[in-house]
Design a protein around this ligand. Sequence first.
Ligand code: SF4
Ligand code: SF4
Ligand code: FES
Length: 244
Amino acid sequence: MSPRTLTFTIFRYDPQDPDDTPRQQEFQLEEAPGMTVFVALKMLRETQDPSLQFDFVCRAGICGSCAMVINGVPTLACRTLTANYPEGRITLMPLPGFELIGDLSVNTGKFMRALSERLAAWLHPKSVDHSHDELEQRMEPHLAEAIYDTDRCVECGCCVAACATAQMRETFVGAVGLNKVARFALDDRDCREVDDFYHVIGDEDGVFGCMTLLGCADTCPKNLNHQMQIGYLRRKLALHPRIL
Ligand code: SF4
Ligand code: SF4
Ligand code: FES
């Protein structure tokens, strides 16, 4: 059977160029066996348009850089086979909710860094003794597993792009932010109390602004359990008497 010809409709816009306007551009490309959307984009850039902008680092679903909206769904280009689209028509848009760098490239790094700083998403250790003789703190395997599960987030931004609340309110922390908080709220080496987390996500910009429609869970390429994280944080914050 001869290979299919794929038709790509790609968002083009360079916000640095005052003469440019947002538009869509069509490209044709012969499909190769096992081709991913990332490979197709690379071939388009090499053979048809070197100015095409998109991001990638690992090509293995690990770095989160290649997230974009593929036929309406935020996902990773390097983990998406062109064979998934029997019509052979693929529309590519940049992730909404992030600063556009150009074409399909968005600045998720800036967003994630600001979010981590705002949520203080790092371990606040109970012990201040950092001597080399100190033994590692023991942890129950089920707790280590739960923390490891939250740590699988690759900060791709798909959950933010798929979240209606995040699109309506840019101060909303999104599923990625709630996941970051859950990671440290679970960790019994962290000295923060429930009230400390309440001050960070105990309002409309945090866990009580979430509508629980779970667009985040539907699109997360790492299959993080957002439903469980959101439920866990809500229970933890709602059942605990708030200390003012
Ligand atoms: S469940 Fe909450 S975080 Fe997830 S997409 Fe809906 S509003 Fe956003
Ligand atoms: S929670 Fe999932 S969708 Fe959201 S940034 Fe992390 S890996 Fe991406
Ligand atoms: S290039 Fe790293 S996740 Fe796709």
